[in-house]
Design a protein around this ligand. Structure first.
Ligand code: SF4
Ligand code: SF4
Length: 250
């Protein structure tokens, strides 16, 4: 099967947008001293294989994209995707060890943004981002299912904690509670347990009916548009309900 065409124009635009003083300086001043390498768990877990050194990952991705002015092959992009999504979690640990303050994770995140624009983000992350964009949560749970799950958990908790309520969209509550959509889909008991803790603590709290999924898999995919959208859903819920604080489940 023929390889998909690389959208070089899009890569060039993205590189031009990113090449502010910070990126330019980081790419130029990295001394390849390897001082940051021992902080990377990929490097340590692979018997100190140089290919997992943080600076080498940048060399094989962002640096290469700039050197080739975005004119790379599909095969090269696929190799970069293996590195950016498979060999680095963008945890920023190495960034704390660099004497020049070079932030490898930010550069790898930039590479993910470029790869995502070419459709090379892992399918699971792309699907989750699509769901979040379309339905407001990464697992495409309908509002009806969310409300029903909360009601079900309220009933389940009745015997253990009589009077417990799981409020949804309560305007003026003190606290907004947001969670991971996986809990709603696969571990609904987590909702009951959190509600019991909040009830026992005397919290005046509520779920929003939209914006209750605080996960942001679009961020891991490198999809800036959906990343902002996902975060804004939670922010908008907090504003709408006029809460004073947000509690997240993880
Ligand atoms: S990122 Fe910093 S610590 Fe790591 S090799 Fe480059 S200069 Fe050295
Ligand atoms: S940001 Fe990437 S390269 Fe740096 S320590 Fe974390 S996983 Fe390793």
């Amino acid at each position: 099967m023929a390889e998909p065409a690389v959208n070089v124009k899009l890569i060039k635009e993205r590189l031009a947008f990113l090449k502010g003083g910070r990126f330019k300086a980081w790419l130029e001043i990295c001394a390849h001293c390897a001082y940051c390498s021992d902080s990377c768990f990929f490097y340590l877990a692979h018997d100190k294989d140089p290919k997992y050194m943080p600076a080498y990952k940048v060399k094989q991705t962002l640096d290469k994209l700039y050197k080739k002015k975005g004119e790379v092959t599909w095969e090269e992009l696929e190799k970069m995707a293996d590195i950016a999504y498979g060999d680095c979690t963008a945890c920023r640990r190495c960034s704390l060890y660099c004497p020049f303050g070079i932030d490898v994770a930010v550069m790898i995140a930039a590479v993910r943004g470029i790869l995502c624009g070419q459709g090379l983000a892992p399918k699971g992350l792309q699907d989750a981002a699509k769901h979040h964009w379309e339905t407001g949560n990464q697992m495409a749970i309908t509002e009806e299912d969310f409300v029903e799950t909360c009601k079900w958990m309220e009933e389940e908790s009745e015997e253990e904690m009589p009077g417990l309520k799981i409020p949804i969209e309560k305007k003026g509550a003190e606290t907004l509670y947001v969670l991971n959509a996986r809990e709603v889909k696969f571990y609904p008991q987590d909702i009951a347990e959190a509600a019991m803790i909040l009830y026992a603590a005397g919290e005046d709290w509520t779920f929003p009916d939209l914006g209750w999924d605080m996960t942001n898999l679009a961020m891991f995919a490198g999809n800036a548009q959906v990343m902002a959208h996902s975060a804004k859903l939670v922010y908008d819920a907090a504003k709408r309900l006029e809460v004073k604080k947000i509690i997240t489940s993880e």
